[in-house]
Design a protein around this ligand. Structure first.
Ligand code: BTN
Length: 245
């Protein structure tokens, strides 16, 4: 595993994006920041992380064999890789909050930002960015955030945890082929936060509603049973969970 550790960087995703433009980088090259000054979250949010307490890193998936229209499988595999790695570290009550937040109980411990870089000939690269709260103990103004240390009363070695996650992702990517995508989607659904339980949502016009999550399909849409007993499906931009983090 090639690891580039940077004392300070704006965003490991952006650094890796620029790096691979200039270098012939290998797949799974990792960029980790001790301090990230402008960590990017989903939906244009900022990802805040206490220096040297948590993992903020990105790695490259070079020319994945997964068809671009099946790209949700990359989100699913990354979420499974993080969740299963944490399970190996004896973390309990893990789940994946659609599309790719890793939860312990009702609180978020990791976020994932996947960026697709399109190339010619239908090829593409993927930057997978992971922010995992590991040894941070206080999250002022973030009542729905937690860390491995808070949940276990233990401290973890950051690089060891990171290597477990990246190795798991390498194994999953190696195993994945179009025939077993449904198997991995099933694994993802089995770990889904609030599956088959009532949950509150807000749609893009701000309306809130209750529904029951039934599944996430291979196109990444979430299927929710509404109060009229009908299944409605939503993409990530159309709907959000009402719990904030
Ligand atoms: C989210 O909003 O949940 C996604 C957060 C992703 C944060 C990670 S930290 C390492 C990598 N570099 C970034 O700028 N963002 C991702």
């Amino acid at each position: 595993m090639k690891i580039i550790t940077l004392p300070v960087v704006d965003s490991t995703n952006d650094f890796l994006k620029n790096y691979i433009r200039d270098q012939n980088a290998e797949s799974f090259i990792i960029v980790r920041a001790i301090e990230q000054t402008h960590g990017k979250g989903q939906m244009g949010n900022l990802w805040l992380s206490e220096n040297d307490k948590n993992l903020t890193f990105s790695f490259l998936l070079k020319n994945p064999v997964i068809k671009i229209e099946d790209q949700f499988i990359i989100t699913a595999l990354t979420s499974i890789a993080v969740a299963e790695s944490l399970k190996e570290l004896n973390i309990e009550n893990l789940s994946i909050k659609w599309p790719n937040d890793i939860m312990i109980g009702n609180k978020k411990t990791a976020g994932i930002l996947i960026e697709i870089l399109y190339k010619s000939n239908n090829e593409y690269d993927v930057i997978v960015g992971i922010g995992l709260n590991v040894n941070q103990h206080l999250f002022p103004n973030l009542p729905h955030a937690t860390s491995l240390a808070i949940e276990t009363q233990k401290e973890f070695d950051l690089e060891t945890v990171m290597k477990v996650i990246v190795q798991k992702m390498m194994d999953l990517m190696q195993k994945s082929n179009p025939e077993n995508h449904l198997h991995f989607l099933h694994l993802y659904n089995q770990m889904l936060f609030k599956i088959n339980k009532p949950a509150a949502f807000k749609n893009s016009d701000g309306t809130t509603f209750m529904g029951i999550i039934k599944e996430v399909s291979s196109d990444g849409k979430i299927h929710i049973l509404n109060k009229n007993d009908q299944i409605e499906s939503f993409s990530n931009k159309e709907i959000a969970f009402l719990i904030s983090h």
